[in-house]
Design a protein around this ligand. Structure first.
Ligand code: MD6
Ligand code: FE
Length: 218
């Protein structure tokens, strides 16, 4: 059925189950809700082993707090960004990626046409009201053949999805608890960012937004 045969479909375009903000970009609304309890349990387990912390970048302190799981964690300091096999706080390997995280990332990628996504890194970002992330490209990974899978939990945020140049216009995509974004192929190096998060309350994650970003880093 086309949208014309089903006019109700575009009444709430914001809440449509699937949106395509680019030729190889997908927004899968609520996909993470299918395994919500297991995902939140996995998150708690990771954060008790590798707690959230404010990392520094060459431009100063980040407003989001971060941790990681999987074979590689995303780390940043005055020297810049990179993937590292050990948590610099504990000098231990990052917590193992929970099976439910892996399954969610793999399923999301497959729905977006990336059938062989094998993430080895999951970055966890925690946003409080006022935290955001400037427009940037994800280009620290060894190969750009694999997509990025980004899971939103907790209070909503507005995702900025731009073009291949920093100055290209960006579309604003509101992301809610359970939404999953996937981008790859010709969209893999698109600029993206997160607008400063508005104050809010979520029944489980209270006044925070959590973002899980899955990648094949190594
Ligand atoms: C987000 N994060 O937190 C999106 N990219 O919703 C990112 O896009 C990101 O946190 C590269 C490195 C770290 C990040
Ligand atoms: Fe990014």
């Amino acid at each position: 059925m086309t949208q014309n045969e089903c006019p109700g479909l575009d009444l709430f375009p914001d809440r449509a189950p699937v949106r395509k903000p680019g030729p190889a970009s997908w927004l899968l609304r609520g996909l993470a809700l299918e395994d919500e309890a297991a995902v939140l349990a996995g998150l708690n387990r990771i954060l008790s082993a590798s707690p959230l912390r404010n990392m520094t970048t060459p431009n100063g302190m980040m407003s989001v707090r971060t941790s990681s799981c999987g074979d590689f964690g995303w780390v940043s300091d005055q020297r810049g960004y990179r993937y590292a096999p050990l948590d610099p706080h504990s000098s231990q390997p990052w917590p193992e990626m929970p099976e439910v995280f892996y399954k969610l990332a793999h399923t999301a990628a497959a729905r977006a046409g990336f059938g062989d996504f094998v993430p080895d890194s999951c970055l966890i970002n925690q946003y409080a009201a006022g935290s955001g992330m400037g427009l940037h490209q994800d280009k620290n990974e060894r190969s750009f053949d694999q997509p990025i899978v980004s899971v939103s939990l907790g209070i909503p945020a507005v995702f900025l999805f731009g073009g291949m140049k920093r100055t290209d216009p960006a579309v604003k995509i509101p992301l809610y608890h359970g939404d999953v974004m996937v981008w790859g192929d010709e969209d893999r190096l698109r600029y993206h960012g997160v607008m400063p998060v508005q104050p809010g309350h979520h029944p489980i994650l209270a006044n925070h937004r959590i973002n899980l970003t899955f990648r094949k880093a190594g």
